[in-house]
Ligand binder design. Sequence first.
Ligand code: NAD
Length: 372
Amino acid sequence: MQTRRDFLQKMTGSVLALSALSSTAVAACADPERKNDSPVLRVAIMGLGSYGTRVAEAMKTCTKAKLVGVISGTPAKIKAWQTKYNIPEKNCYNYENFDRIKDNPDIDAVYVITPNGLHHNQVIRVAMAKKHVICEKPMAVNAKEGQEMVDACRNAGVKLLVGYRMHFEPHTLEIIRMRKAGEFGKVLFFQGLSGFIIGDPSQWRLNRALSGGGSMMDIGIYSINGSRYMIGEDPIWVTAQEPPKTNPMKFKEGVDETIQFQLGFPGGAVASCLSTYSLNNLDRFFLDGTQGFAELMPSTGYGPIAGRTHKGVLDQPVTTHQTVQMDEMSGILLEGHQPIVAVDGLEAVKDLKIIDAIYQATKSGQKVELHL
Ligand code: NAD
């Protein structure tokens, strides 16, 4: 493990100049807010696609996490990332040889940002290489695979976190704080709307083997996960309906276009949600209780997140979600911090159990009981 000070010294290329300064002064140069010498999480990103790029850019302003390695099947991308992010050759891997990361003491964690259907195998390989894993959502394509990933990480003695960036988002956390403080009274209703119009029919998101499903896996999961952190309970039943598909070219067998679903919670609340690949401007959470309400719109996009409650407009700071997520995950992985809302593999398995049940309910038309 490398401390933040070690890292700063290496990055400047002027160890002598920096060591002449006190540690407090070094810290203050880079981050006036920082109060102590936190360790830096050294991360390799696997999958240099669109979201991997977003994470890499956001990590430039992290204070507790640093991009130090890459895993990709495309040599040209590796070269470009090496130049852009100053990544040494010894920290570059491809999908065939990344098990060798086990012998690399300069990488603490691998962030898996590949198509969903690949996560299971890749996460287990990273765990066997004894590195902590951060995996993108959905963590797997079903709960069974998700549980196997959790077990593999536990057996290997590494931690498994999932890229639930909203769990660190200030407007979201303020609503959670208000709910815990009882400011909404008894919460009885949540609405989650999650969707966008998907384009290119040949993309992996519309390929069942790589995606594990359709809109539900990709975007509907935000309403599922959101219902849980907004209400503050895990659901005990689900019902779901899938209307006829509008485009057989895009939405083949096993790839859902639109599903509406309902979740029941032990305290009596119900959630009513829509997941779709055929509507834009669908990113809204609404929570209602006997004494107040909260609305987030947009609720899970990259931001800025906006919201209001019965007390007025929320004015929490606007953040770059992935920057905050990676700094917070550094604290969780290296310092044992506990997040306000869980971001571990078991949290993801709960969402996958709900997704399994939603798919089951759309086929059977029956209510499915959940045991999370
Ligand atoms: P993408 O298609 O832009 O990137 C995927 C990357 O995986 C590419 O670099 C591709 O080359 C690589 N890859 C490796 N093997 C592949 C294969 N067999 N087929 C296709 N690509 C392969 O996708 P993305 O949007 O970056 O999504 C990647 C993951 O990140 C998904 O799990 C997705 O759900 C997740 N994601 C999360 C968020 C978020 O806000 N948390 C946002 C977008 C995507």
